[in-house]
Design a protein around this ligand. Structure first.
Ligand SMILES: *Cc1c(COP(=O)(O)O)cnc(C)c1O
Length: 430
């Protein structure tokens, strides 16, 4: 379909769905079925020939529906809609962000390969890379955001495995401190170690800013990955994941998905299609709220430092330059260092009344959590220092509530922190 002139938000209600195939139903039904009826034995044979790659597609032929582990209309239509935001050729939806990530690694890496990855990664991904991939004979090497292109290249060469580099995997902005990693720089590194026999792939976890505000495929990445549990789902009521890229790579991932059996079910597909209709509305409001909140936090006497992309300035040097080149908006994730340590951070979190104390992000409701003891509890003490995950650090995911209510709640919780500090001093004096 050549609808290139319509914006994604205009197409989210209808794209890739044909009512005439579903009794004229305006909305895409939930195709709650495990298997699909063939109109004839010949048609069944033709579907299988394509599914098993025994012949090429005929002109205008679409792969037929066989069985819901391989494909289902709710997944197919969702995948086509998701592609529009990132201008991707193809997409594959999974039952979780982790299954999207794990399938990407298992399908595209071989024993003996080298995987280069950015720190810090999402906790689940970090565990999978360090403790699972290594058991399967994949070599892994992490780099840190402050390392330059030359330093990373020197590290790859020093590993003695530069010729086995197969993939660079990165997460930007990094969770929880919003540190940016330069996707174009990773592309240059990948090209440097590619040769006629192998292309080094660049894969980007775009959960934090995508699919609206950062388009890694336009910056040179081969694959973009999502925890669709976060902004795409957006209502904290479904777990799902997605990978987007070119036909060849996504074709491979769909083969992997067929045999791992980790496709999303039709209900998940339907829920995510419903979510996509309001994706832009939600994300834009979340960002507007976050910008106002970050400004207030930045002036607050109880706060040491605010990590928010919207506060980056020219004086921040390279981070500011990457932001200008790579991001379309500062997003709705804020981290801040409270004056004090874990006790002060906990008093703040326990004092919140509207904002909920929970991990996860990207939903309509605002959430707060303590990375050092929660999402990043598994990070080693040295890495915590290096990555800025201090005991006083709090992470906020801003939702769509009235911003004045959010500000009221955050301010009153911060005041409690201050009051308790005074009490402590008083107690010590007496
Ligand atoms: C949540 C998250 C994941 C994992 O996704 P699930 O849907 O929970 O499996 C991966 N990467 C990032 C950045 C995340 O925030």
């Amino acid at each position: 379909m050549k609808n290139a002139n319509f914006s994604p938000e205009s197409l989210m209600m209808s794209y890739a769905y044909r009512p005439e195939l579903s009794e004229g139903s305006l909305k895409c039904p939930i195709f709650q079925t495990s298997t699909f009826v063939f109109s004839s034995a010949e048609q069944g044979k033709a579907h299988f020939e394509l599914a098993y790659g025994l012949r090429q597609k005929n002109e205008g032929e679409e792969p037929g529906l066989i069985y819901s582990r391989i494909n289902n209309p709710d997944l197919q239509i969702l995948e086509e809609r998701l592609c529009l935001w990132d201008k991707a050729e193809a997409g594959a939806v999974f039952e979780s962000g982790m299954s999207a990530i794990a399938t990407t690694f298992m399908e595209l890496l071989q024993p003996g390969d080298l995987l280069l990855f950015s720190n810090p990664l999402y906790g689940g991904t970090d565990h999978f890379v360090r403790h699972f991939l290594t058991r399967w004979g994949v070599n892994v090497l992490g780099f840190h955001p402050e390392q330059s292109e030359a330093e990373i290249a020197a590290m790859v060469e020093a590993s003695g495995m530069a010729d086995r580099l197969a993939m660079i995997y990165l997460e930007t902005p990094a969770n929880p401190t919003n540190t940016l990693i330069d996707i174009q720089m990773c592309r240059r590194l990948a090209d440097r170690y590619s040769n006629p026999e192998k292309t080094v792939l660049v894969a980007v976890d775009n959960t934090y800013l995508g699919p609206l505000w950062q388009h890694p495929l336009q910056q040179g990445a081969d694959l973009v990955l999502y925890s669709a549990t976060k902004y795409i789902g957006g209502h904290s009521d479904v777990i799902a994941g997605a990978v987007l890229g070119n036909n060849e790579l996504i074709g491979k991932l769909k083969v992997g998905r067929t045999f791992f059996g980790n496709m999303a079910g039709p209900w998940t597909g339907w829920l995510l299609m419903r979510s996509l209709e309001t994706l832009k509305l939600r994300m834009e409001e979340q960002c507007r709220n976050a910008q106002k909140i970050a400004q207030v936090l930045n002036q607050h006497p109880q706060i040491q430092k605010v990590h928010y992309l919207g506060l980056l300035q020219e004086s921040d040097g390279e981070q500011y330059e990457i932001y200008q080149r790579q991001c379309l908006s500062p997003g709705a994730m804020i981290a801040f260092e409270i004056k004090g340590s874990e006790a002060e951070a906990f008093r703040f979190l326990n004092g919140l009344r509207l904002v909920k104390l929970a991990v996860s992000l990207g939903g309509t409701e605002s959430l707060a959590q303590h990375p050092a003891s929660m999402t990043h509890a598994g990070v080693s003490p040295e890495d915590k220092v290096r990555l800025g995950i201090h005991d006083g650090l709090v992470r906020l995911s801003i939702g769509v509530e009235n911003v004045n209510d959010l500000l009221f709640d955050i301010k009153q919780a911060l005041e409690k922190t201050a009051v308790s500090q005074t009490n402590q001093v008083v107690e010590e004096v007496y």
